[in-house]
Write a protein that binds this ligand. Structure first.
Ligand code: PNS
Length: 173
C-alpha cells in the first residue's frame, strides 16, 4: 500500500520488431518478467529499418504463443514513437536486450532520446551468451537460403516460417 492506495505493479515495456521473434527475444521476456510486475511485449507495426516480412497479425500470433507460459507478460502493438506509446501505456521502464558491444552504441542514444521525450528510463538485460549471435534478420536470411534455424527460434515461430517459405516459393513458381 502507498498512501492508502494499493501499490501498482511496475509496468515494463519490451519493444521490438519481432520479425520474427527468436529464442533470444524469448529469453529476455522470461528474464524481464521475473524483474517486473507486468511486462508488455510491444510490437512496432512499421519498423523504420525495412518492411517486415511477417504481418502484424503473424507477429502477434507468434509472440502470443511463445509467451503463453509467462503469466505476467502480454503482447501489444504500437505505431509511431515508442516514447509516445510508453507514456500512453503508463509504463515505468523500457526493457531492451543487449547482445554485443555494438548494440550498446545505438541503444545508448535511443535510451537517451526516449528518456528525453518521455521521462521513461531504459533498462538493459545482457543476452544469454548462447543467443549473442541471434538476430531476426540473420535467422530469416539463413532460413530462406535453406539453413537450419530450429535451435534459434521457438517452435511456433518455425512453423509460421515454414508456411511463409512455402507461400513465397509458390508465388515465385
Ligand atoms: O527489434 P528492433 O527492430 O531492434 O526494435 C527497434 C524499436 C522498435 C525498439 C525501435 O525502432 C523503435 O523504438 N521504434 C519506434 C519509433 C521510435 O520511437 N523511434 C525513435 C527511437 S529513439
Amino acid at each position: 500500500m502507498t498512501n492508502g492506495k494499493p501499490a501498482r505493479a511496475t509496468r515494463a515495456v519490451y519493444p521490438g520488431s519481432f520479425d520474427p521473434p527468436t529464442n533470444g527475444h524469448l529469453d529476455v521476456v522470461e528474464r524481464a518478467a521475473k524483474c517486473f510486475g507486468e511486462l508488455v511485449v510491444a510490437i512496432v507495426v512499421n519498423p523504420q529499418k525495412r518492411s517486415p516480412m511477417f504481418t502484424l497479425d503473424e507477429r502477434v500470433a507468434m509472440l502470443d504463443r511463445c509467451i503463453a507460459h509467462v503469466p505476467n507478460a502480454r503482447v501489444e502493438h504500437f505505431r509511431g514513437l515508442l516514447a509516445d506509446y510508453v507514456r500512453a501505456a503508463a509504463a515505468d521502464v523500457i526493457v531492451k536486450g543487449l547482445r554485443v558491444v555494438s548494440d550498446f552504441e545505438s541503444e545508448m542514444s535511443a535510451a537517451m532520446m526516449n528518456r528525453s521525450l518521455s521521462d521513461v528510463d531504459t533498462l538493459f538485460l545482457m543476452s544469454d551468451q548462447k543467443y549473442s549471435f541471434v538476430s531476426s534478420s540473420l535467422v530469416k536470411e539463413v532460413f530462406f537460403l535453406g539453413g537450419d534455424v530450429a535451435a534459434l527460434v521457438p517452435e511456433p515461430v518455425l512453423r509460421v516460417m515454414e508456411v511463409k517459405r512455402s507461400t513465397l516459393l509458390e508465388t515465385r513458381s
